[in-house]
Ligand binder design. Structure first.
Ligand code: PEP
Ligand code: MN
Length: 378
């Protein structure tokens, strides 16, 4: 981090900033220009009280020189990236195998979630999803999830999906809406907590999730740019929690044909450039169109996802939420098959990906002679 002092900053103000930084335990280095002084700050800047610093007399602004998200950030060297693996129940995400998490948008009845679990297992998927309380964009939609109306209803709904998961040996992934409910999910045996898109910036919920030992899938808010999203994910990990999974589920764009616009470039950036965490692609919410879930899920795997989230229902035509994007069971079967083939392909061609860092030096050395070769003597 660099503190840029204003042109009018006095020597006393500059000294006061340095003194404050030393008091917080940071080392500093100063660059005194003709008009402006810059103060470099060395140490763990995630702990830096930036607000207080910015308010000090003579400070013009703070210039970050390294990423504000440390735990989410990429680890390893270019060409030898280290990616972390996360366990959901007995399933490893981000390891050798692709993870397929699937199920209905919402748990609607015992029979429906049981049948969903049976179909998800039969197709070869690895975990069962299903919301028990749902965000609805309209207060008149009439359905906010089987667990929406009371704590007892929430408990009953969670018990249904946990029972279905256990019956078919599938760990469960369930969205939590409220920080105060997290312990109920833990107590009832849910295996993984999903933070939904509307809660992507819910500070109280994300702070609470620091305390849970359960893995967390954090879905990217649809208007969060990549850096802002990763900083919200960092919030869950700030105290040392490690088992967090990113999820790209579509962002807002001028495109109105699909429900959202799946940011495939974002997935590639997370995987190849920015983060060590496993990434899920959710093309169900990313497209909102049943017939586009298949191709976009496969594209997400090729872009860098190691988990897919897919909505499927025993009969999506009678689903109480998101039926228009839920796959028919046969479509889901085919998708799992295709996902496995694409995963195998991606794994086999992974060595062909070489980051520019491997070549840059060679081409830098060649710049003067190549300039002469192509553009003549300068
Ligand atoms: C869901 O997973 O059912 C859901 C509502 O997702 P999102 O929060 O991404 O819209
Ligand atoms: Mn849904």
């Amino acid at each position: 981090m660099i503190v840029k002092m204003s042109r009018r900053a006095t020597l006393d103000e500059i000294a006061a900033v340095e003194e404050r930084l030393h008091g917080w335990g940071y080392k500093t280095g100063k660059m005194v220009g003709e008009e402006i002084t810059l103060i470099g700050v060395y140490g763990d800047i995630t702990r830096l009280p930036t607000g207080e610093l910015q308010e000090m007399g003579g400070v013009d602004g703070l210039i970050p020189i390294s990423k504000a998200y440390k735990r989410v950030a990429q680890k390893g060297a270019p060409g030898n990236l280290l990616h972390s693996a996360v366990r959901i129940g007995n399933v490893e995400v981000g390891g050798e195998e692709l993870t397929v998490v699937a199920g209905p948008c919402s748990v609607e009845s015992e029979a429906q979630i049981m049948e969903s679990a049976r179909l998800v297992k039969a197709a070869g998927a690895n975990a069962l999803r299903g919301g028990v309380v749902k965000y609805r964009s309209s207060p008149y939609s009439g359905w906010e999830g089987i667990g929406a109306n009371s704590e007892e209803a929430l408990r009953n709904g969670l018990q249904l999906i946990v029972k279905a998961g256990r019956e078919f040996d599938l760990p469960t992934v369930v969205e939590v809406l409220d920080a105060n409910d997290v312990s109920i999910y833990e107590d009832l045996g849910v295996d993984c907590i999903q933070v939904g898109e509307p809660n992507s910036k819910n500070q109280a919920l994300l702070n609470r999730l620091r305390e849970t030992s359960l893995p967390v899938i954090h879905k990217r808010g649809n208007s969060l740019d990549i850096e802002a999203y990763l900083l919200w994910v960092e919030r869950i990990m700030a105290g040392g929690k490690e088992n967090v999974i990113l999820c790209e589920r579509g962002i807002v764009s001028p495109n109105k044909y699909t429900r959202n616009t799946l940011d495939l470039g974002g997935i590639a950036a997370f995987h190849y450039q920015l983060s060590c965490l496993p990434i899920a692609v959710d093309a169900s919410h990313g497209t909102g169109l049943r017939d586009l879930v298949h191709p976009l899920t496969l594209a997400g795997i090729m872009a860098g996802a190691s988990m897919v989230l897919v909505e499927t229902h025993p009969n999506p035509l009678i689903a109480k939420s998101d039926g228009f994007q839920g796959l028919f069971p046969q479509q889901f079967d085919h998708l799992v098959n295709a996902c496995q083939q694409v995963w195998a392909l991606r794994r086999s061609i992974e060595p062909l990906y070489t980051p520019s860092a491997a070549w840059e030096q060679e081409y830098e050395i060649r710049m003067p002679s190549d300039k002469k070769r192509f553009f003549g003597a300068s």
